[in-house]
Design a protein around this ligand. Structure first.
Ligand code: SAM
Ligand code: SF4
Length: 341
């Protein structure tokens, strides 16, 4: 195939724009124990179990990507840690860390199960976790997550840090909801050696609220922060889409993910897979390839690898998110919990 390349005998996935795809995010479930109001409607309809990949299928799929040169795997959802048997899957995938085929096996989580699971995750080689927390005020946390338990998340944070896992907190900037908490969040994170990333809301999926009312461009957040902190650009990179700034007063870092104001597509190195095995080559585009059918069609991975390589050869240059102002509809109908954050 035209875009194939080989490094030292290991296949690599190169897209039509010469970008090496070595990072895969896999949603292991569409279910969640929270109902964050900007992410899900309160009465979500979840997928029937038969449509969801089994743990064995998820393992096979992830391993096929590793065989194709993927070096980083992030499990997400929904809430990945509420998937039954998740630790079995992570334990099994950690063989790729042991063999050196994988550089990183990581998670994005709401932290509700971490108190219980952090020691085992650390023992399985999970070194870094992204934890989503949009407020440090208990009452506000409840109105954002609807079903979340603030105390459990706080205990989860402490447990992960105690287990030696590096934490990065992700906070979605929500106008009129948590936009007075950036300073508190910086102090909270940096006092515990955690990075903080602020994320712009993305127009993904129908929710019970008006997305336009919530949208806060991060340029405004930066201006707000510059009044309290001395910010300087940082060259730090994590392989994700965030750009970082250093804060002189705390010595810590703050990241910004700005899908709407600044397109971060040109350096995109990743693809996403839903819990039903649909591969999205871009978070902000509808084009997708079904990997469940080739996975279930035969025990051999030949067909699966053929589909994966064909999909990467179709990866678009980027997305162009907009919130449709006239009709107030999201530009992409599927929820973040389906594609995986
Ligand atoms: N449940 C896990 C969690 O909350 O970390 C993992 C899945 S969640 C969909 C992943 C990330 O997506 C979270 O940080 C969440 O805040 C973010 N997210 C969800 N919907 C979003 C939206 N419409 N715009 C921006 N970020 C969103
Ligand atoms: Fe659940 Fe994460 Fe979505 Fe909140 S952001 S509802 S925790 S999937």
């Amino acid at each position: 195939m035209q875009f194939e390349a080989e490094t030292q005998g290991t296949p690599t996935l190169i897209d039509p724009f010469g970008r090496q795809i070595d990072y895969v995010r896999v949603s292991v479930t569409d279910r969640c124990d929270f109902r964050c109001f900007y992410c899900m409607a309160e009465n979500m309809h979840f997928l029937p179990k038969k449509d969801i990949l089994s743990l064995e299928e998820l393992d096979r799929l992830c391993s096929a990507f590793v065989d194709q040169g993927v070096r980083r795997l992030r499990l997400t959802g929904g809430e990945p840690l509420v998937r039954k048997g998740i630790l079995t899957l992570i334990s099994s995938l950690s063989r790729h860390l042991d063999s050196g085929a994988l550089d990183e096996l990581t998670l994005t989580t709401n932290g509700s199960q971490l108190k219980r699971m952090a020691p085992e995750l650390a023992a399985m080689g999970v070194k870094r976790i992204n934890l989503s927390l949009d407020s440090l005020r208990e009452d506000r946390f409840h109105s954002i997550t609807r079903w979340g338990k603030f105390g459990s998340v706080m205990e989860g944070i402490e447990a992960a840090l105690a287990a030696g896992i590096k934490l990065k907190l992700n906070m979605v900037a929500l106008k009129g909801v948590n936009d007075d908490e950036f300073d508190d969040m910086i102090r909270f994170c940096h006092a515990r050696g955690m990075d903080l990333t602020i994320i712009e809301t993305m127009p993904l999926g129908e929710i019970d609220h008006d997305r336009l009312d919530l949208y806060l461009p991060l340029d405004q957040v930066k201006q707000q922060l510059a009044q309290s902190w001395t910010l300087s650009p940082s060259r730090h990179k994590t392989g994700g889409p965030a750009t970082y700034m250093q804060i002189a007063e705390t010595g810590g870092r703050i990241g910004f993910i700005t899908p709407l104001t600044h397109n971060f597509c040109e350096s995109c190195n990743r693809v996403r897979i839903t819990c039903t095995g649909t591969l999205y080559m871009c978070l902000g585009q509808e084009d997708a390839v079904d990997l469940r059918a080739p996975l279930r069609a035969s025990e051999s991975n030949d067909l699966l690898v053929q589909e994966i390589r064909g999909a990467i050869a179709r990866k678009p240059l980027g997305h162009d998110f907009v919130i449709d102002r006239e009709n107030n509809r999201p530009s992409i109908g599927r929820h973040m919990s389906v594609t995986g954050g």
